[in-house]
Design a binder for this molecule. Structure first.
Ligand code: NAD
Ligand code: TYD
Length: 352
């Protein structure tokens, strides 16, 4: 039996990945390793509770000893590494945890995997690993920085991160690259554009706007709202990751994107329209410091080499997502209590 260790599996993309992976790969043992920060929520995985080959471990990836014990307990064959602090706005007010989790946590995982998978662990020149092992590092297009009004990020675009979040992810990407170059660790990296879909924490643009619409609150848009993001449904992202895992080249980087660029204002108006709410709910607020203007992905490498293309049409995906939030008001209500209210109040104090 093969064992896959998923870090950050209680978060938005990780939980979608686990459910989707299980459907496709019924015989794998799945280990979900997550420290359950504010963004981790086991309610995202209720469907997995009866799955005998699914195990959850509350472990912080920065805890080297705890991570080592996990590798001692199970023979891990593959890792898909999602665990991260993931919200740009939080990285502006509290950058340190982004460095400890996203950079040092990644290094703990790389190191532990290397020691457990290496056939001659005490030989620094050895590049031989147990057959069939693989480390997939899930990264973001934000490592490339910001685009002007045209052009796309390719895998060769220079890394030019602008936020502490993006800088921490770029640092992790470079460590992953270094472990491949120096130690021959069998790694693969994915860099995806903005995701949307079910189970996304309502601090990110789309679920925040849906929630505020439903709660009849103002919709805070930063700056002029003309920033562009390339939206991809989370299930298309998960499918791409699974394909890279099974068929991507070791040491390879794969961009993943939706060919679906929208300005923030355009997107928020679409949500308002779908929910039958007035545009007067929009409130332009002070811009995010260092706000990237435009992200757009050239995903031709993964399309050409692995045959991946997104399945979701955005117009359908956004409608389905809005319906999901409407049907899961309990899930939302459990989140938007105490700590969330404090965060929202501090973050959006200027919003009426
Ligand atoms: P998320 O914030 O919803 O989930 C992150 C998960 O990691 C949470 O369950 C959290 O509890 C866990 N975690 C955080 N710190 C941890 C630690 N120290 N130890 C163990 N677990 C920890 O994030 P997401 O949106 O699901 O993103 C997942 C990954 O995908 C991240 O690496 C992110 O950079 C990347 N990514 C996200 C997007 C996007 O649009 N959301 C796009 C491209 C790439
Ligand atoms: P976000 O979902 O935080 O993703 P990212 O910063 O990783 O792209 O934000 C998406 C876009 O929406 C980004 O340009 C910032 C903008 N935004 C707002 O205008 N208002 C908000 O309240 C939020 C959360 C985001």
């Amino acid at each position: 039996m093969r064992t896959i260790l998923v870090t950050g599996g209680a978060g938005f993309i990780g939980s979608n990945f686990i459910r989707q992976f299980r459907e496709k790969h019924p015989t794998y043992r799945i280990l979900n390793v997550d420290s359950l920060t504010y963004a981790g929520n086991l309610e995202n995985l209720e469907l997995m509770q009866t799955d005998a080959l699914y195990h959850f471990h509350k472990v912080d990836i920065r805890d080297r000893e705890a991570v080592r014990q996990l590798f001692d307990m199970y023979e891990v064959d593959e890792i898909v590494h999602f665990a991260a602090e993931s919200h740009v706005d939080r990285s502006i007010t509290e950058p340190e945890v982004f460095l400890t989790t996203n950079v040092l946590g990644t290094q703990v995982l790389l190191d532990t995997a290397m020691r457990q998978w290496k056939l001659e662990p005490n030989d620094k020149h050895s590049r031989r690993y147990r057959e069939g092992v693989c480390f997939v590092h899930v990264s973001t297009d934000e490592v490339y920085g910001s685009l002007g009004s045209d052009g796309y990020f390719t895998e060769e675009s220079p890394l030019a991160p602008n936020s502490p979040y993006a800088a921490s992810k770029a640092s992790a990407d470079l460590l992953v690259r270094a472990y491949h170059e120096t130690f021959g660790l069998p790694v693969k990296t994915t860099r995806c554009s903005n995701n949307y879909g079910p189970y996304q924490f309502p601090e990110k643009l789309i679920p925040l706007m849906i929630y505020n619409c439903l709660a009849e609150k103002k919709l805070p848009i930063y700056g002029d709202g003309q920033q562009v993001r390339d939206w991809l449904h989370v299930s298309d992202h998960c499918e791409a990751i699974d394909l890279v895992r099974s068929s991507g080249t070791f040491g390879g980087v794969y961009n993943i994107g939706g060919h679906n660029e929208k300005t923030n204002l355009e997107l928020v108006k679409l949500i308002l329209h779908k929910l039958g709410r007035p545009e007067a709910l929009i409130q332009l607020v002070q811009d995010r410091p260092g706000h990237d203007r435009r992200y757009a992905i050239d995903a031709s490498k993964i399309e050409r080499e692995l045959g991946w293309t997104p399945r979701y049409r955005f117009e359908f995906g956004i409608e389905e997502t809005i319906d999901w939030y409407l049907a899961h008001s309990d899930w939302v209500e459990h989140i938007v209590t105490g700590a969330y209210q404090t965060y929202y109040h501090d973050m959006y104090s200027s919003v009426e």
